[in-house]
Design a protein around this ligand. Structure first.
Ligand code: NAD
Length: 486
């Protein structure tokens, strides 16, 4: 008998319809981590119906009661941290000790922050020409949200970007997670319900994105869409959600620029953390390093020395600092990009592909390539694996051309001891967020993050108060007071 599949959740109860189920295999050792139900548009319809039914009471619940609930949800997540982190590591492949437990903590922090922030939302009153009118402008929830999330941070992206701000601000949600990490999404949804989340506020439908995610976006009962994932899928989602507010948090290939006066130890440490954290599977990873030719070789050696210290291995082992990448196809793609750059003049200083003795094809060694040809995929595409590609430049014009070579616009970084120069350079970068003397992947959820307009990285801003703003809309209430009488 195969193990029971991970339940979906509809109207506060586990929903386990008779549907085909797919085995989820652990990237770490290939063992079966569980079975995910492949839901249908009918499951989506039930979930949307439940979310619509729950919406009026939830939005009229006192904001202090919603905040109080969010704090209890945070406590419940912390109480079951190891259980959540174990399934997260099994399904995703990220190291249990150094990364998965931290991701669970981030979920709890998201609910606590949302509780604090939502009670601070203010309404305003504006002046109008008619002296017999008063106008109140308040923010209110958008209604029923379709939330579609990627596999790289299966529960942190979901909670920080959508679940915590959405629930706190009075929306009801239908969540369709990536199929390969649906077990931990199901477990988290169960934990939240056990802690008192009212029925219908958060509904979970598992299955293929083009089936269940697409049905949710298009459902007439859904008011708004929050999507995080790849650029190609984001563009399909923008079309499917035409006419609805659609927030798009998409891919990145942000430049990390190292000027000739940079502190190279600082830069190397930040690049190693930005390129190899979460095995490079972060939208704001240090995807490409644009180093001044005068310091590039020295910098590359330092990053390579740090890459060699990383312990790649069993994601449950205490000593492991980097796990496998999530899919074998991703590992194939990353290795092909490394091989292509190396065949055209790139110099591999650390790593260079798969290790010889890994239990699954998902393992890729932390890799540093210097002298990367500027037209190679390693430079212009989103790599999403543990690679630090270094591209050299000599003049500001060359640097500008390199920055412009990739159409993304999410995050970037600048390393220089001259803060004024770093700021003016940052202001010219087409990025939603630029970190000075810090890794491109550094982020706290109170900082607005998102793509710059017209780039491949989407639009909208996420994080703490910015997410609450994104998931609410202004409503003006005009009050007739009658004429003033002495
Ligand atoms: P993906 O686009 O393949 O999938 C994302 C989600 O969309 C999944 O849940 C998937 O099931 C669903 N989906 C796929 N096709 C769909 C369709 N036609 N209709 C509705 N839903 C559909 O992305 P991924 O590989 O899971 O995630 C990696 C990508 O996410 C990277 O590009 C990364 O940069 C990006 N990302 C961005 C941010 C950010 O804040 N900008 C954060 C994390 C990840």
């Amino acid at each position: 008998m195969p193990a029971a599949p991970f339940p979906m959740y509809v109207d506060g109860a586990a929903h386990v319809p008779d549907r085909p189920a797919r085995e989820v295999r652990s990237p770490g050792d290939g063992t079966v981590a569980g079975r995910v139900l492949l839901g249908t548009p009918d499951d989506v319809d039930r979930a949307v119906t439940a979310a619509r039914a729950a919406a009026p009471a939830w939005r009229h619940t006192s904001v202090f009661d919603r905040a109080g609930l969010c704090r209890r949800l945070a406590d419940a997540v912390v109480a079951r941290k190891d259980e959540l982190a174990t399934l997260l590591t099994a399904e995703h492949g990220k190291p249990f000790h150094s990364e998965a437990r931290g991701e669970v903590d981030a979920v709890a922090t998201a609910f606590r922050d949302a509780a604090d922030q939502v009670v601070s939302l203010r309404a305003e009153s504006i002046a109008v020409r008619d002296p017999a009118k008063r106008v109140l402008i308040q923010r209110r929830p958008r209604g029923v949200y379709s939330v579609i999330t990627p596999w790289n941070f299966p529960i942190a992206v979901a909670a920080i970007y959508y679940l915590a701000p959405g629930i706190a601000s009075g929306n009801t949600l239908v969540w369709t997670p990536a199929p390969s990490v649906s077990g931990v999404a199901s477990l988290l949804t169960g934990v939240l319900h056990d802690a008192g989340l009212p029925s219908g506020v958060l509904n979970l439908v598992t299955g293929e994105g083009p089936v269940v995610g697409n049905a949710a976006i298009r459902h007439p009962g859904v008011n708004a869409v929050g999507f995080t994932g790849s650029t190609a899928t984001g563009h399909a989602i923008a079309q499917a959600g035409a006419g609805k507010p659609v927030q798009l948090e998409l891919g990145g290939n942000g430049p990390t620029i190292v000027l000739e006066d940079a502190d190279l130890d600082l830069a190397a440490a930040a690049i190693a953390s930005g390129s190899f954290g979460n095995a490079g599977q972060i939208c704001t990873s240090t995807e490409r390093v644009l180093a001044h030719a005068g310091v590039a070789a020295d910098l590359a050696e330092r990053v390579a020395a740090l890459a060699d210290k990383i312990v790649l291995g069993d994601p449950f082992a205490a000593e492991t600092t980097m796990g496998p990448v999530h899919t074998a196809e991703l590992a194939d793609r990353v290795c092909a990009q490394i091989t292509d750059a190396a065949s055209r003049g790139g110099r591999v200083l650390a790593g260079g592909g798969r290790p010889d003795d890994a239990p699954t094809p998902h393992y890729v060694r932390p890799t540093v390539v210097d002298d990367v040809p500027p037209d190679s995929d390693l430079h212009v595409a989103e790599t999403f694996g543990p690679v630090a590609p270094i591209v050299r430049w000599n003049t500001p014009d060359e640097l500008r051309a390199l920055v412009a070579a990739s159409g993304f616009g999410l995050s970037g970084a600048v390393f220089s001891r001259d803060v004024g120069r770093a700021i003016t350079l940052a202001e010219d970068l087409p990025c939603g967020i630029v970190n000075l003397n810090e890794a491109s992947s550094y982020w706290e959820p109170n900082i607005p993050a998102g793509g710059t307009a017209g780039s491949g990285s989407g639009h909208g801003r996420t994080g703490g108060p910015w997410s609450i703003e994104e998931m609410t809309e202004q409503q003006a209430i005009v009050i007739s007071t009658g004429p003033w009488e002495a």
